[in-house]
Each structure stands twice: as structure tokens, then as C-alpha cells.
Design a protein around this ligand. Sequence first.
Ligand code: LR7
Ligand code: MN
Length: 582
Amino acid sequence: WGRTARRRCPRGLRRGREALLVLLALLALAGLGSVLRAQRGAGAGAGAADPGPPRTPRPGRREPVLPRPPVPANALGARGEAVRLQLQGEELRLQEESVRLHQINIYLSDRISLHRRLPERWNPLCKEKKYDYDNLPRTSVIIAFYNEAWSTLLRTVYSVLETSPDILLEEVILVDDYSDREHLKERLANELSGLPKVRLIRANKREGLVRARLLGASAARGDVLTFLDCHCECHEGWLEPLLQRIHEEESAVVCPVIDVIDWNTFEYLGNSGEPQIGGFDWRLVFTWHTVPERERIWMRFPVDVIGSPTMAGGLFAVSKKYFEYLGSYDTGMEVWGGENLEFSFRIWQCGGVLETHPCSHVGHVFPKQAPYSRNKALANSVRAAEVWMDEFKELYYHRNPRARLEPFGDVTERKQLRAKLQCKDFKWFLETVYPELHVPEDRPGFFGMLQNKGLTDYCFDYNPPDENQIVGHQVILYLCHGMGQNQFFEYTSQKEIRYNTHQPEGCIAVEAGMDTLIMHLCEETAPENQKFILQEDGSLFHEQSKKCVQAARKESSDSFIPLLRDCTNSNNQKWFFKERML
Ligand code: LR7
Ligand code: MN
């Protein structure tokens, strides 16, 4: 059973534990128990910044750290319903300004209670779950923030304190990643000093989310690290499932279900159906998937953890010891991006498991667009590809030729880590953990831009209006831009022309009686209307209709499209792939 193997404790860690047991026995014999106890306190924070004062004894309360103050049912957005303020003049201007600054409607957020309670939208069976409160590990919740608005940040903090059982929450560590907004200085420090278990750490320079989180981790005193973004709302009962799972399996990294909170209306869009799991496409963009059948087989109940090839990145719990064993994060990653896939690959390839727990729900405000520059994301992704993807990194470079040119720094240490932990290769990851992902063939000469010979510099181009719903639109011709993405196609040995930069993948098809090329979803075996023959002479022959693809002018316009026409020998019917794009 592949699964049982996957779920077992990583070898190194187990060996460490055995060694510790032997040592313990020896020490006990020698009557050195008290010495050991003293050393444990000091050893726990080895290498960490400041382990802080010794842990307080377990108070044993299962109630949340703070009671939730009552919020009138008719208060704005009190139950997660959509709010649209009818504003005019100065007020409207202020609202728009807040959106410009934060890419979230902070004007509205400021008017919604920091203590609101979102409706329960998860599987009712979650209520039946029993947790081992007295034996569960305690967690440090780590929240890094950069220039976050006041109300979204504070709502995150309150939601943690008002939903986390006192007995399970060691502390909340806020890490200020060198923000420059006034409200995050004295005012924030004052506000937080009045809250139990909350600590504030500040970076001395902009570290980016990876190193900011690590600052928090090194100061953490809990057994488990739970990371959150700084614009979240935790639900009642969010913490128990995460800690219970890690208690049972130390090498499990567990994510809550991430529910959407609308950036404009603050509507809570949680849903109680089966959660989605994480994947990626060959541009190394994170994607969401429905739970595959092979995974469902392992779930005894709909409220069991679900294995997930990747994580979104921001929200997860991990044993502190196991996180350190795995090599925490790649500190060469800057600002934003890439660390989520890097960590996901590493967890699986090095013997852990990555899971989503359907009973743990946390809301997250997805901003309108990125509120700060994320141009380091490319270098971060390249680091992940270079260390973890072996020869499969080429598939990524083919689809994002810029990545190949991106300076990504030194990854020697990360490769050494991979060797030290004896991690499995990427091929294993693809076959075992993520078999749903189609692995492109990328045969030389059969991928890249699909360019026309007659018309200078025109290429197949597909621009889906919605990245998540790529099917149904027409393939066009556009000036070849050489940047992969929308102009990247792969011609497969199954005779498909795959648009496989995105997930799920598209295949070019011709609908019955039509002469245009339309994107359909690819299928397990290529249906007849998706089969093209790219012939020696460059003609692109559609088998079913027995016609050739021709570069043609779109009716009453000066743009071009590929159309099916009777085969001639003209250059407008000749096509060739060009890989070198830059
Ligand atoms: O320089 C920075 N320093 C920081 O401290 C940049 C960011 N941050 C903080 C930031 O304030 C926030 O708390 O880091 C956290 C994440 O940044 P966001 O909220 O701007 O990122 P995101 O929610 O758009 O992006 C997702 O992908 C990122 C990839 O690097 C991180 O892994 C985020 O944590 C992750 N967020 C989630 O997984 C929430 C669900 C989103 C999805 C899908
Ligand atoms: Mn976020």
C-alpha cells in the first residue's frame, strides 16, 4: 500500500527518537533526571533567537483564550453577509482610496466588527469529532504582516484568540516585516500589549514572507507552528483537527480549508461541500482541484484528512521539530511566491505528508490584486525548480522561457539538504502524489510557438477570459511574442495540440460542421475532433474533416485567425514550432 508507506514517520526523525529513548533510559539509570529536565528547557530553543521565559503550566481550559463579545445581529456584516455601503462624495472617495492602497475595501472592513462570527459551513459530521485535549501539542500561531490595514490585522488576531482553546494555544506571534505605515508602530504595540498570549516581533529590514515567518518560528515556544496570513478569520473549532492530526502523525503538515472572504463586500463565501486540494500547472502556478477518486478511497469518512499534492502556502500547521528537520524554508526566497510549491515538494519528497483537514476552516481575504510588487516570485520559483524538479524543470522552462534567464542565486545548500534527507526524486512525486497532472512530452521541434510560414510573425494564441474556465473560446493568431504563456502549445504523439501551460489542460478541437478552432478540455484518449497531423511539409491536417489549418483574415477586421480550409500548398497553410522564444 503506497499510502501506508507515505504515512509513515520519516526515517531520520524516527531514528532520532530511538536514540533519544536510549539516552533517556541511560540517564534515568544514572539518576540524572533533574539534569535532563534543566537541559530540555535550554535545548528546545537551540539556534533560535530568544526562546523567551519558560513555558507556563497547562491551565487546562478548553474555552477560547478570550470570550467573544456579543455582536448585534443587525451589525454590518455580522454574519458574513455581503455589505454594500451606499456612499457619496467624500465617503465614496475614502472607500475608493482604501481599495487603491490595500486592494481590499478597508473602508468597509473598518466598519465591520472585529469580533464577528462567521456562519458554520462545514460538514455536520465535524461536530461529532472527539479531540484528545489534554494530550494535544500546543501551538504558536505565527502571523507575518507587511503594511496590513488595521482592521483586517486585528480581526485576524481576535479571531485566533476567540476561537482557539486556551489549553492548545501557546501564543500568537506577530511578525512585522518592516512595515512603514504609522498605525502599525506605537499604536499597534499598545493595542497588542493588552491582549493575552500575543507577542510582537519586528524585522530590522524587509525580509519577505519566508524570512519573516522564520523570525517568528525561531521565537516560538509551542510544539507546533501554525502559520496564518494577516487577513484571516478563524472559525470555531479550526485548531483542534490540525493539532490532533499532528499529534497522531508528526510528519503530517496540515492545512485548514481556506474559505474566501470577498475583498469588496466582506462576504464569507465558505461552503460545506468537499474542500479542494492543491496542485500546480507547468508554469508553476498554484491551482485548485477537486478531490480525485484515488484519494477518496483512503478516506474512511468525509471528515478525514485529504492528501494534497501542494498547499496554497499561507495557512498550515506543522510540528516545530519536523519543520526544522525538513529544513524549514529556503531563506534565499524574497518577498512573495514560490515557497509554497517548494515546501510542498519537499514535504512529500522527503517523507512527510501534506493534507487538508475538512473540519478546519479559516477565512482569507483575497485582495483585488497584489497590493505590493511580487517580482521576486519568478526567482523563487526557479529556486524550487532547480532544487526539487530534476529534469522536469525543463518542462517549466519551456513554458516560461524567462525563468531560464532569471538570476536565482545559490541553491547549493538546499541541494545538500535534499541529499542529506535522502529525498525521493520528482518523478516519484509526479507518479505517486500527483498522478492527475499530465506530464508533457515536449518532443524536440513539437512544442513552443506555433508559427505560420506565409504570414510573417503570426502565432497561435489563446487568451482565456477566465484562467479557471479555459474551455469554449476560439484560438486566434497574434504577433509572436516569444514569452510562452498564451502562445505555448505542445503537439503530442496522440496528435493533440495541447494548450498545457494551464490546469486543467486544453486541447484544440473543431466542432462538427465548423471551420474555427475551439479550445476543449483534453481527454484521456484524444477524441477524433482533436486530432491533427503536422506533416513533413508543415501542413496541419485535421483528420476528421480532412481539411488543413490556414492563417486567414478574420471577417471585416484586420486580425487573423486559424481556419479549416481545403488543402492547398500555400504557405498560409504551413506551420512550424519554434522553441527558442527569447
Ligand atoms: O514581503 C512580504 N512580507 C510579509 O510579511 C510579503 C508578504 N508578507 C505577509 C503578508 O502580509 C501576508 O500575511 O505574508 C503573508 C502572505 O502574503 P499575501 O497575503 O500578500 O499573499 P497571498 O495571500 O496573495 O498569497 C499566497 O501565496 C503566497 C506565496 O508566496 C503565500 O504563501 C501566502 O501565504 C499565500 N496565501 C494563502 O495561502 C492564503 C490563501 C490564498 C490562496 C490560494
Ligand atoms: Mn493573503
